[in-house]
Design a protein around this ligand. Structure first.
Ligand SMILES: Nc1ncnc2c1ncn2[C@@H]1O[C@H](COP(=O)(O)OP(=O)(O)OP(=O)(O)O)[C@@H](O)[C@H]1O
Ligand SMILES: Cc1ncsc1CCO
Ligand SMILES: [Mg+2]
Length: 267
């Protein structure tokens, strides 16, 4: 089992190496994604024009593709091709694939055409990618077990790591499975927590391309969410305050907080 110290080492490496993370993402959360990357010590570049993405990718260390940028499919394909040629890890956030067949089809094509290092979606999105129809592929009474199993099947199908986020984040490459159970329901009251998580996965994979990197980011994000939610409640504030406090907490997260607070398990 990987230790918490190994996870912290990955998180800490982001601010030492300062990877350049190229994100093709949606207009709803682009600003939040850029800001959390900066807070973690990485360097964001949000570029999506089809005539520039290949050049930008050349200078980057990772590519994050968010299917919310569905109107930029041409750019997504160009950037992915260049990322593969450069050996840069690709992270895919399948936002909305459970509600839009265009997104679902495009995402599956992407996973089939390019080697993707990590797919990060919520439980419904991960399920939709596995099913042939886009509807839920078997719902277990135990939601967490079901999410982990579906994630594992998708990971094996595409030879990638899958992060299925929710109350518990399930991380798996189809062989090893990790769970991170920090977090707070307040994280669902602001848009983009998942998009931010996926962007940070780009930074982590740039410095350590392994499922361990995914577990490290889940632990840092969820623990920051948990601490920021507690701060929000004691200040008697709401989601807008939480959003700012989350960025500040992520920025200042230290080793003692991480080692004392991360709830991580393997198997
Ligand atoms: N009920 C919950 N309790 C604790 N943490 C949660 C809960 N729901 C989500 N989270 C955390 O919030 C983060 C985002 O996960 P979520 O599954 O909500 O993403 P998402 O649906 O893709 O979000 P978005 O599309 O708005 O970006 C993850 O770190 C996850 O662990
Ligand atoms: C609300 C929303 N709609 C499309 S993308 C997005 C951000 C959350 O993923
Ligand atoms: Mg999402």
């Amino acid at each position: 089992m990987a230790t918490l110290a190994e996870l912290w080492a990955v998180w800490e490496k982001i601010s030492r190496r300062r990877p350049l993370v190229h994100c093709i993402t949606n207009p709803v959360t682009v600003n939040d994604c850029a800001n959390v990357l900066l807070a973690a010590g990485a360097r964001p570049f949000m570029a999506a024009h089809p005539d520039e993405v290949e050049e930008v990718q050349l200078h980057a260390d990772a590519l994050v593709i968010n299917l919310g940028a569905i109107s930029q499919l041409d750019s997504i394909g160009k950037a992915a091709r260049r990322a593969v040629a450069c050996g840069h890890p690709i992270i895919v956030d399948p936002v909305g694939v459970s509600a839009s067949s265009l997104r679902r089809r495009s995402c599956i094509e992407l996973l089939e055409e390019f080697h993707v290092a990590c797919v990060r979606g919520n439980g419904a999105e991960i399920r939709a990618l596995l099913s042939d129809t886009g509807t839920a592929a078997g719902v277990d009474a135990d939601e967490e077990t079901a999410a982990a199993e579906v994630a594992s099947a998708l990971a094996r199908r595409h030879g990638c790591t899958v992060v299925s986020s929710g109350a518990v984040d399930a991380v798996t490459d189809g062989r090893r499975a990790f769970g991170v159970s920090n977090g707070d329901a307040m994280m669902t009251r602001v848009t983009g927590m998942g998009c931010m998580l996926s962007s940070l996965l780009g930074a982590a994979y740039a410095v350590e391309s392994s499922p361990l990197a995914a577990a490290a980011v889940c632990a840092a994000v969820e623990l920051s969410g948990e601490l920021a939610a507690a701060g929000t409640r004691s200040a008697r504030r709401g989601p807008a305050h939480f959003r700012d406090l989350f960025v500040d907490t992520l920025y200042s997260l230290d080793e003692a907080q991480f080692m004392g607070g991360a709830k991580y398990s393997e198997g």
